[in-house]
Design a protein. Structure first.
Lengths: 297, 229
């Protein structure tokens, strides 16, 4: 095959790759600083977000901050059948590897925590009581009380963090970080694509890739809003899916949070659906921007 | 004597071996381009299509493209229990196994993913997320993929369609060379009778054999009828 679209635009690899933290550790939409501070205080936290919202990217950026100090252990619930917390802690330091001593005050990061087993949770609590583990951060799609032990639930109290939606400006920043000042994708096109992605960064990147590829094939110099409607035909099923997903997240947040955030959550569900339906109308994009839920901080 | 030997072919031109005759595949040119692009760009791809539409042929076309760099892993999940970690360590031979080395930027092609366990799929996803795998190709149909894999695939699904009558004629032309022995009219008839590409090729072969047995100059309709014997 001849050169791909990104090669003809001057990139050596696909700039819209969906791998977590593929190009750099920068994250948009959520500050990692409060989480790092809480880790320092020895608090237990649970980061909860739907698929493709950037959980693993956030995790990797936090790991990068603690890198090289031999204080942090990372485990993936899916990769290993059981977590083997003991082995993980032992192998974290050189002393532990040689003499089998257990380190103290370790930080533990657990990815895909929605599929954690109860035995693992029990083991983690035991080591926390011993003082071997200082703080634990879980990352998962959904927080279930049943899966964790009572003590973990107690220490988790109030520390359930949901990753908020990026504002359209941050979405533009995210794409700009990857592409530089690419003429093909003007800012308002990125905003529109973000609206179509219903606030999901992974979907936004996929949309960007699809549309850039098609545009390069047709040798379009600069995309406009009408181009999007023609080039990016989202199938009907995808519409339904985003609608359902938005309704579900709205329901979930409504259950948990108090009255004030109730309204914003409800609104976020409405907005994402209306924007995907209404197509490419500049007025709609502006309302979307204004009514976007405020950050939960 | 076999009919194809009579006509100067060493092997049966209608052979249906897995991934046979990659170059001659007619209806797969565009899907193959799509697949190769997605592999190069580092996306997850799903190939769907009912039995005999050329899923394996398509995967082999991509394997051919990336051959020689020790970058491609092809695995037929129906044949054996898959152990993705072991497959990846094979790149560095024994040294890789001893020191637990994992290569980066591999391409994994899983044929007949129906018989994969859920854990294996999640493991593949883990390797993909951490850049050990550049791209994953799932091929086959049957079970639904887990939600987080579907989210990564997005709209990158290649659907293979059944062979049309026009494509069928083109396919035979590509494989045999000329349509003197097997006229176009007969090909279309055989195509109407067979369910999928694999069966179509088999029927073509048996019809030709019958005609050759009788010593006819051309395959005609009477050679088609008795193929159920």
């Amino acid at each position: 095959m001849s050169e791909t679209w990104y090669e003809s635009l001057g990139f050596s690899t696909n700039p819209f790759t969906i791998k977590p933290a593929a190009l750099n550790n920068d994250i948009f939409g959520i500050q990692s600083q409060p989480i790092i501070e809480k880790i320092g205080n020895g608090e237990t936290q649970f980061v909860e977000a739907p698929l493709g919202m950037g959980k693993t990217t956030l995790l990797k950026s936090i790991i990068a901050k603690f890198g090289g100090k031999r204080k942090l252990v990372y485990a993936n619930c899916i990769k290993n059948e059981c977590l083997e917390v003991r082995e993980l802690l032992k192998n974290a330091t050189l002393k532990g590897k040689l003499f089998g001593t257990m380190p103290r005050e370790m930080i533990m990061m657990i990815d895909e925590a929605q599929s954690i087993s109860q035995e693992d949770a029990q083991e983690i609590t035991d080591y926390m009581q011993d003082g071997r583990i200082k703080s634990v951060v879980f990352f998962g799609t959904q927080y279930k009380k049943k899966q964790l032990t009572d003590q973990l639930n107690k220490s988790l109290n109030g520390n359930i963090i949901t990753i908020p939606y990026m504002t359209p400006d941050e979405a533009v920043q995210l794409v700009r970080k990857r592409t530089g000042n690419l003429k093909l994708l003007p800012d308002y096109v990125i905003r529109e694509l973000y609206g179509r992605a219903a606030g999901n960064p992974r979907r936004l990147l996929q949309h960007c890739e699809d549309i850039c590829r098609k545009a390069a094939e047709l040798s379009i110099k600069e995309l406009t809003l009408t181009d999007i409607g023609i080039l990016l035909k989202t199938p009907q099923t995808a519409f339904k899916k985003t609608k359902r997903a938005a309704a579900e997240t709205a329901k979930r947040t409504r259950r948990k949070t108090n009255k004030s955030s109730k309204k914003t959550a409800k609104r976020s569900g409405e907005i994402s659906t209306t924007v995907t339906y209404s197509g490419y109308n500049l007025d709609d994009i502006r309302t979307y921007e204004e009514e976007l839920p405020k950050r939960a901080q | 004597m076999n009919w194809h030997e009579e006509h100067g072919f060493i092997e049966d031109p209608f052979g249906t071996g897995k991934g046979a005759f990659v170059q001659q595949a007619v209806n797969l040119n565009q899907p193959a381009e799509e697949l190769i692009y997605n592999i190069e760009a580092g996306n997850m791809v799903l190939i769907q299509g009912s039995k005999g539409t050329g899923k394996t042929t398509l995967v082999f076309a991509a394997v051919d493209k990336f051959r020689g760099e020790r970058k491609v892993i092809y695995f037929d999940c129906e044949k054996d229990q898959v152990d993705i970690k072991k497959l990846m360590q094979n790149k560095y031979g024994i040294i890789g196994k001893v020191f637990n080395l994992l290569p980066k930027g591999m391409v994994l092609m899983l044929d007949n993913f129906k018989s994969l366990s859920k854990r294996d799929i999640q493991l593949a996803k883990y390797y993909y997320d951490n850049n050990y795998l550049r791209s994953i190709v799932f091929s086959g149909n049957g079970i639904e993929l887990p939600e987080n894999i579907k989210d990564r695939i997005g709209s990158r699904i290649i659907k293979l369609k059944q062979l049309t009558a026009k494509d069928a004629v083109e396919l035979v032309k590509n494989r045999v060379g000329s349509l003197e022995f097997l006229p176009e009219k007969i090909i279309k008839k055989i195509h109407a009778k067979s369910k999928d590409t694999a069966e179509f090729l088999k029927n073509c072969s048996s019809a030709c054999q019958k005609a050759a047995d009788e010593g006819a100059a051309q395959v005609s309709e009477k050679h088609l009828s008795g193929k159920n014997e």
